[in-house]
Design a protein. Structure first.
Length: 45
Protein backbone atom coordinates (compact mmCIF):
# COMPACT_ATOMS: atom_id res chain seq x y z
CA UNK A 1 0.00 0.00 0.00
CA UNK A 2 2.74 2.45 0.91
CA UNK A 3 4.62 1.80 -2.34
CA UNK A 4 1.41 2.47 -4.29
CA UNK A 5 0.95 5.78 -2.47
CA UNK A 6 4.53 6.81 -3.22
CA UNK A 7 4.05 5.93 -6.89
CA UNK A 8 0.89 8.04 -7.00
CA UNK A 9 2.70 10.99 -5.42
CA UNK A 10 5.56 10.65 -7.93
CA UNK A 11 3.05 10.66 -10.81
CA UNK A 12 1.43 13.84 -9.48
CA UNK A 13 4.83 15.48 -9.00
CA UNK A 14 5.88 14.60 -12.56
CA UNK A 15 2.65 16.00 -14.00
CA UNK A 16 3.05 19.23 -12.02
CA UNK A 17 6.68 19.55 -13.14
CA UNK A 18 5.73 19.12 -16.80
CA UNK A 19 2.92 21.70 -16.45
CA UNK A 20 5.47 24.13 -15.03
CA UNK A 21 7.90 23.45 -17.88
CA UNK A 22 10.32 21.62 -15.58
CA UNK A 23 12.06 18.30 -15.99
CA UNK A 24 10.48 15.81 -13.56
CA UNK A 25 13.94 14.30 -13.01
CA UNK A 26 14.99 17.59 -11.38
CA UNK A 27 12.45 17.11 -8.57
CA UNK A 28 13.44 15.20 -5.43
CA UNK A 29 10.85 13.56 -3.20
CA UNK A 30 12.10 13.60 0.36
CA UNK A 31 9.73 11.97 2.83
CA UNK A 32 9.65 11.44 6.57
CA UNK A 33 7.61 8.81 8.35
CA UNK A 34 6.86 8.28 12.02
CA UNK A 35 4.45 5.37 11.84
CA UNK A 36 6.16 2.86 9.51
CA UNK A 37 9.07 0.53 10.08
CA UNK A 38 12.42 1.05 8.40
CA UNK A 39 11.75 -2.03 6.28
CA UNK A 40 8.42 -0.62 5.03
CA UNK A 41 10.01 2.70 4.08
CA UNK A 42 12.89 1.01 2.24
CA UNK A 43 10.48 -1.28 0.39
CA UNK A 44 8.46 1.70 -0.84
CA UNK A 45 11.46 3.55 -2.26
Amino acid sequence: MMAENVAHIRENMAAAAREAGRDPADILLCAACKTRTVEEVIASA
